[in-house]
Design a protein around this ligand. Structure first.
Ligand SMILES: [Zn+2]
Length: 559
């Protein structure tokens, strides 16, 4: 059949939204963004050409807070839509291409690492997750499925001509700094990058990072923070990662942002191979750890644009590596900075050990986790624990094991750099990384829930008050992620009653584990051991625990 003899009715249908003449046409998505500083929001128009041939078009909202949604088709007709389970669902009946979706995306939602994005009169910053509505086809398919359905995605933001733009996939058609993001034939990794990356626009003061292609782009509001010394310290950290990965991103910008003017909290604007945008206080160790972690992601994604590490059950290893190197890399900072901030990788790993042992032994129901069972873990607290406490310790154990046997370092990362593109699972990597008792190690610690043997990672001395404070703080943080999971949370034991609790528990011959394990925990960290004993007392003899609490109250009253 030729086009010439198609009945007129069929032709008119073919010209409607999505019925193609020669196979399904691929979608193009064009995002036009206009900042609205007075509402700390973005006004976004998304034009979709050749939407999929289906009854409904589903757009995933990601982390965005969208409102004022208006949808229309190529004839200018309004299109019905509904908000369903994280998706914006448009009814496509008889809709003509292109589909136009206008919406507002609120910025500034407070999160764990600060406010998510900001739109000010002189600065706009956000990540893709808080702005871009992406079609279901972009998120659920394999690379070939995505490429078969989507031809191109464009993101542009209307900002003054003299502003600099730091965005992912900058179009080569425009000069650096005036960039529009353009992705043709996107892969899963490209979609992931569009979602996680920073989009930062402003009149940044640009400072080159010595010995690299990178730039520190400073929000003029915090220009004083970025002294020459700070720039040199960042250069040392950057150089560590450039050496580790034996390359550096083609054009990376570290965007330093002001704190939120209303509450002083940090602003987080995204992480990707083209840039990292965040508020950073050079006098806070945690901020350096976060920067180090984000640089790892930027270098890894730049060197290895691989989908596999952004999907479960490989995600835990990706985050484990980032957290492992977050601590190792900080040793590259100058000695005076490390001394001032108290940076010490050995202590950082010891802190992770204490955190791991405490949560694991206090609540094995929720925190006895098999890493390779990651897809089945639904608790947010458990995923957080797996990614940032357990996984870096698995990496540490494997690295120490490999190093002891073969010397050298960075065996896991070097294997990924050499073989990453051909990896379809983690099995070959495990075969390489586990150097002793391979099957047993795998069965116990990768596919099983056995307690990690961390006994060499303790420190000689520990600050009892600090250790107890951090463990209680961590437990509260975990509980805040998954409210209701920690039944004993209200009984968290502070320093002022810990000795009494631990002494009573010993007197009553209570235990939190078998004698060998208890001994190991005590040798690694007496404070952790006492806190676990206190928890055993609370469970076994709440009256005795109450007496300790009352004695403390009386002692306070006497004072
Ligand atoms: Zn991470």
């Amino acid at each position: 059949m030729t086009r010439g003899i198609l009945p007129a009715a069929v032709l008119s249908l073919a010209l409607a939204a999505c019925l193609p003449l020669h196979g399904p046409a691929k979608m193009t998505l064009d995002f036009s963004i206009k900042p609205f500083p007075e509402h700390n929001a973005l006004a976004i128009t998304l034009i979709i050409n050749h939407p999929p041939c289906a009854d409904a078009l589903r757009l995933y909202k990601q982390a965005s807070a969208v409102s004022e949604i208006k949808c229309s088709d190529g004839r200018g007709n309004d299109m019905p839509w509904a908000d369903r389970g994280g998706y914006l669902e448009l009814t496509m009946r008889a809709a003509k291409s292109p589909v136009r979706i206008a919406y507002a995306a609120a910025l500034g939602k407070p999160g764990r690492h600060g406010h998510a994005g900001a739109a000010y009169p002189d600065l706009v910053v956000f990540d893709g997750e808080h702005a871009l509505l992406l079609p279901e086809a972009a998120l659920s398919g394999s690379d070939s499925t995505i490429a078969a359905r989507i031809a191109r995605i464009t993101v542009r933001c209307a900002v003054p001509a003299d502003w600099t733009a730091i965005v992912p996939f900058p179009s080569a058609a425009v000069a650096r700094g005036k960039a529009t993001s353009v992705v043709t034939s996107p892969t899963f990794f490209a979609i992931y990058t569009l979602a996680k990356s920073c989009y930062a626009y402003g009149k940044f003061v640009e400072i080159p990072v010595a010995g690299s292609k990178a730039t520190i782009a400073v929000d003029p509001a915090v220009r004083a923070t970025c002294s020459g010394k700070f720039g040199r310290d960042v250069a040392d950290l950057y150089a560590y990662y450039a050496k580790l990965f034996a390359c550096e991103p083609a054009a990376f910008s570290l965007v330093l942002l002001r704190g939120d003017p209303a509450d002083g909290m940090q602003i987080m604007g995204g992480v990707g191979a083209w840039g990292v945008a965040n508020t950073l206080d050079p006098d806070r160790m945690r901020d350096w750890q976060l920067l180090s972690h984000r640089l790892f992601h930027a270098f890894f994604d730049s060197r290895m644009p691989l989908s596999i590490f952004h999907k479960k059950p490989q995600l835990w290893l990706y985050e484990g590596l980032a957290t492992y190197y977050e601590n190792v890399a900080l040793q590259a900072l100058p000695a005076d900075v490390r001394a001032t901030l108290g940076i010490d990788a050995r202590e950082s790993f010891a802190a992770l050990c204490r955190q791991y042992l405490f949560m694991r032994l206090v609540d094995s129901t929720h925190y006895a986790l098999a890493p390779m069972n990651e897809p089945a873990i639904t608790s947010e607290a458990a995923i957080e624990f797996l990614h940032y406490t357990q996984a870096p310790l698995v990496v540490k154990l494997l690295e120490d094991q490999g190093c002891a046997r073969f010397g050298g370092s960075d065996r896991i990362l070097r294997f990924i750099m050499s073989n990453g593109r051909s990896l379809t699972s983690l099995e070959p990597l495990f075969s390489h990384a586990v150097t002793e008792n391979r099957d047993e190690f795998g069965n116990q610690y990768l596919f099983g829930t056995a307690l990690l043997p961390l006994w060499t990672l303790g420190t000689m001395r520990e600050d009892r008050g600090k250790v107890i404070g951090r463990l209680n703080e961590f437990r509260h943080f975990m509980a805040s992620l998954s409210p209701g999971e920690d039944a004993d949370l209200s009984d968290a034991v502070g320093m002022e009653v810990l000795d009494c609790y631990a002494a009573r528990a010993r007197k009553e011959a209570l235990h939190f584990a078998d004698p060998v394990l208890e001994r190991n925990v005590w040798e690694l960290s007496p404070a952790t051991s006492d806190l676990l004993l206190a928890q055993a007392l609370i469970r076994a003899d709440p009256m005795a625990a109450r007496q300790c609490m009352d004695m403390r109250t009386e002692a306070h009253a006497v004072k």
